[in-house]
Ligand binder design. Structure first.
Ligand code: FES
Length: 162
């Protein structure tokens, strides 16, 4: 166990130590390291950013730039239910923007954010391979098609009770 500099003594766990070690002397290793952190924790915490910055000798500004450039990376933990609204062409022409806006309005969050109770997060994604069901969304692994605003309300109600 290590402590990173500059944080409040929060512990760096072994998984993070391993990731840093693996990519320490690899050219461009920071991107692979960030992918692994994202896959392992579901987001990239400020502790992880500071630790990787120090261990891989990459400035914090560069790490932040990479995280914000790639939509795959998240700075906050995803909600228990992660809602992915497809914005691919087929879904878009059938009104996915309205669906996305309804989720945002009802949950009071923007894309890439998580509700304060940790229950829901929203993101927009490219084609999820369910174009026949456009406009389609995915909540965790579950696909829902032919979405409209009414269905958004129903799904929020259903998942709120789960
Ligand atoms: S465009 Fe939405 S599922 Fe293909």
């Amino acid at each position: 166990m290590n402590h990173c500099e500059g944080c409040n003594g929060c512990k760096i766990d072994e998984k993070l130590e391993k990731i840093a070690k693996k990519y320490k002397n690899v050219e461009g290793g920071i991107i692979s390291a960030l992918h692994e952190v994202q896959d392992t924790y579901g987001y990239i915490s400020s502790t992880a950013q500071k630790y990787l910055s120090k261990e891989l000798n990459v400035p914090m500004s560069e790490i932040y730039g990479i995280i914000t450039f790639y939509s795959r990376f998240s700075l906050v933990p995803k909600g228990k239910y992660n809602i992915q609204v497809c914005m691919g062409t087929a879904c878009y022409v059938k009104g996915s923007e309205k669906v996305l806006n309804r989720f945002k309005e009802k949950l009071g969050i923007k894309e890439g954010e998580t509700t304060s109770d940790g229950k829901f997060s929203i993101e927009s994604v490219r084609c999820i391979g369910a174009c026949g069901l456009a406009p389609a969304i995915v909540i965790n692994e579950e696909v829902y098609g032919k979405m409209d605003e009414k269905k958004v309300d129903e799904l929020i109600e259903k998942y709120s009770k789960m």
